[in-house]
Design a protein around this ligand. Sequence first.
Ligand code: SAM
Length: 436
Amino acid sequence: MSVDLPSYEDLRLVRCTLEALPGVGEAEVLLIADGPRAAVSALVSDGRPLPEPTVAALPPARLGNGETQVVPGCLAAMERAAVLAIAHTVHTMGSLSDSADALGAAPRHRWIVRRWLAALASENLPVPPSRQELTRAMRDLDAARQKLGYPAEMGRFFQTALRSLPRLVRDEISLQSLLFAGGGMTTARGNYRDNLISRHLNRAAAEAVAARAPARVLEIGAGVGATTDAVLAAVGEVDYLFTDVSAFFLDAARERFAHRPGLRYALLDVNVPMALDEQPFDVVLAANVLHNARHAGRTLAAIRELLAPGGTLVLIESCVEHHLVSASMHFLMSPRADALLPGFADVRQDQDRVFLGRTEWIRQLAAAGYRDARVEPAPGDPLAAAGQYVFTAVRGDRHSPPAPLLSKAAEALPPHLVPREIHTVDALITDRSHRP
Ligand SMILES: C[S@@+](CC[C@H](N)C(=O)[O-])C[C@H]1O[C@@H](n2cnc3c(N)ncnc32)[C@H](O)[C@@H]1O
C-alpha cells in the first residue's frame, strides 16, 4: 500500500512549532500509518538531560557456562585471519597509502575499504603478510570455527570470502552468492543459529519471550528463522507474526514452519511507517535486524507504538565491528548501486560503521520511551568477547501532555499536520542534528 508522506519541511514545521510552545524543550516528530495516509504523531520532553541510564542488575553469568571459555581465543584467531587477509588484499590491489577509490573499489563498497585501511593502521600492519603467515592464519581460523561449533559450510564461506575480497570489493561477485550458495540457507543459519555464540544469545532471547507467554509476538527481520527456531522451542502454543522486508524469507518460512499452528507471515520494513492490523503485541523480537534502521532511535520509538502497555522488546544486536565482519557480512550492508536514499541518519551518519555500541543502544532505548533495559552477556562474561548482546526493555508509560499543548498545536499548524497524538517522555533521542 502506498502512503502519502508529509514532506521533510512539513515535519520540520511541526517540530519547530511544538518546540516553541511553553514547557516543551524538545520535540520529535514521528510518522504513523493511518489507512492509506501517514499521520503525524509527536513526542515532547521538557529538554532536561536524561540521567545516565541504569541497566538492571543481571542474574550472575546467566548466559555463559564452561563452554564459552573458548570464545575469546577463537575470536582472536578469526580476527587475526581476517586482518591478514585484508592486509594481503590491500597490498595486492594497491598500497597502504592508497585511498578506497585508488584501490578500484565499487563506489558503494568504498566505506568498507576505508574501514580496512583504518583497521590496518590500528593493527600496525605496514607490510603484507607472508604466504606462510596467511596460510597458518587461515588454518587457525578454521580450527576456531570448529571449536565454536560453526558448520563446515561456514568455514568454506569464511575462507572463500577472505580469498575473494578483491572481487567482492569490485562488485565482480556478491556476498549473497557466497552466503546462499546453491540457494540453500545452511551457511546463513550457521552464522545466526548453529554456533556456540548464537545458541546462547538465541536461547536468552527465547527465554525473554517465553517469560511473557502466552503472548502475541511480532518478529521483525525474522529472515532465516534462526532466532524463531529457539523461540518456538521455548514456547508452547503461540500467536506469532513472522515478518521480514523480503518475501524470499517469508516463502521459505511458510514452508519450514508449516507444521506449527499460530504462525502468520507479513512483509514489514522498519524504514517506513509501520502499522499492522494485529497490533498491539506483547512482545516484539528483532534479532540482528535493527542496525538496518536508517535511524535506530526513531525505529525504536515506532516499535514502541506496536507494543501493548508493559510489552517487551527483545533485541539481538552486534555492537562491535569485527574485522571478520568487515571482510564478509558488511558487504550486505552496502547500499544498492542504484540506491537513492541516504545512508544512516543517526549517530552512525558518515562514520563508516553499521552497528551501534552497547551503551548507544541502552541510551536509544531510554530515549525512545522504554524502561528496565537489561543486557546480556555481562561485561566480564567470556561471551562478551563476541560483542553481540541480547537487550530486553519494557514499553515505558507516557504521560498525557499538558492539556493546552494539543489545542495550541492545532491553532498553530495546518489541519493535516496537527499531530494525532502528542506524548510526553522523559527525554528524546539526542542527535538533534539529524531531526527534520
Ligand atoms: C542478519 S539477518 C537476521 C535474520 C534473523 N533475524 C536471524 O537472526 O536469524 C537480517 C534480516 O533483516 C531483514 N531486513 C533487512 N532490512 C530490513 C528492514 N529495513 N526491515 C525489516 N527487515 C529487514 C533481512 O531481510 C534479513 O532477513
